[in-house]
Design a protein around this ligand. Structure first.
Ligand code: NDP
Length: 255
């Protein structure tokens, strides 16, 4: 294997929603591969704690506290990074929320909130990043999809639609930006052990369903996304574009 294929030293990665959960695990993995990290979330204390933890391990961790659904705040955050001389070489569009409710009871405002947070944000943050990557002639965008990029499940309609949209947004980004040296790909995690799923983990019936339905017979651990994220952020994936890699213990492969 050529040396340095997965090396990220000298690169800076902005990971949205990286104060905890999958985003934090991917941020730490990218840092381990050499990247400086811009951490993001909406809660300043949680963000400061995550950044402090990373700095304590010797990593470079900047904090960018903004809401990915607030277009003006996104633009202001990129302007601040520009002002500080920080160029985002790698963007991981990870911030997301879940909202469980049958569609007949679902308020339009809740539909819109999930779409804004899980799909429109990836376009808005991706656009800001790409506007800066295009003149440089290179960049890596990693969007976070889900099993719900392929499959539906009752009570999570807006999440399913948003994650299906992430798959096609990834292809749209590749279609427009590949010619500028940008690779846009996605990761589709299976059922992972994070705060978002705590209620499901605590429900014995759901826990048994996940373990029975997943060929690996277990939930995924957040750090199990590191391999795919480093691959898609590094030179190892320079001719990979518009793809979604499922990290799901084999769940999508079986009925
Ligand atoms: P968590 O709820 O554990 O963490 C979510 C992160 O996103 C937090 O850092 C949170 O920070 C941040 N966040 C939420 N809303 C916003 C916002 N509007 N602006 C900025 N940051 C925000 O979620 P997970 O780690 O489980 O999920 C991360 C991603 O992975 C999501 O896109 C999710 O859909 C996806 N995913 C998760 C799976 C799983 O099994 N856990 C499976 C498949 C996909 P703060 O609270 O401080 O704002």
């Amino acid at each position: 294997m050529p040396a340095g294929l997965f090396e990220l030293t000298g690169q800076t990665a902005l990971v949205t929603g990286s104060s905890r959960g999958l985003g934090r695990a991917m941020a730490e993995g990218l840092a381990d591969a050499g990247a400086a990290i811009v951490l993001n979330g909406t809660d300043p204390d949680r963000l400061a704690a995550a950044a402090g933890g990373m700095r304590g391990r010797g990593f470079i961790a900047h904090e960018a506290c903004f809401d990915v659904t607030d277009e003006a705040a996104v633009a202001a955050a990129f302007a601040r990074l520009d002002g500080d001389g920080i160029a985002v070489d790698i963007l991981v569009n990870n911030a997301g929320i879940q909202w469980r409710q049958p569609m007949v009871d679902l308020a339009t405002a809740d539909w819109r909130r999930v779409m804004e947070t899980n799909l429109t944000s990836a376009f808005v943050v991706g656009r800001e990043a790409a506007r800066r990557m295009i003149p440089r002639g290179r960049g890596k965008i990693v969007n976070v999809g889900s099993l719900m990029s392929e499959l539906a499940r009752a009570t999570i309609a807006p999440y399913t639609v948003a994650k299906g949209g992430i798959k096609m947004l990834t292809r749209a980004m590749a279609a427009e930006w590949a010619q500028h040296g940008i690779q846009a790909n996605a990761i589709g995690p299976g059922y992972m052990l994070t705060d978002m799923n705590q209620a499901l983990v605590d429900d014995p019936a759901f826990d048994a369903w996940v373990k029975g339905r997943t060929p690996s017979r277990r939930w995924g651990r957040p750090e199990e996304l590191i391999g795919a994220s480093v691959f898609l952020a590094s030179a190892a994936s320079d001719y990979v574009n518009g793809q979604i890699i499922y990290v799901d213990g084999g769940m999508l492969a079986v009925l």
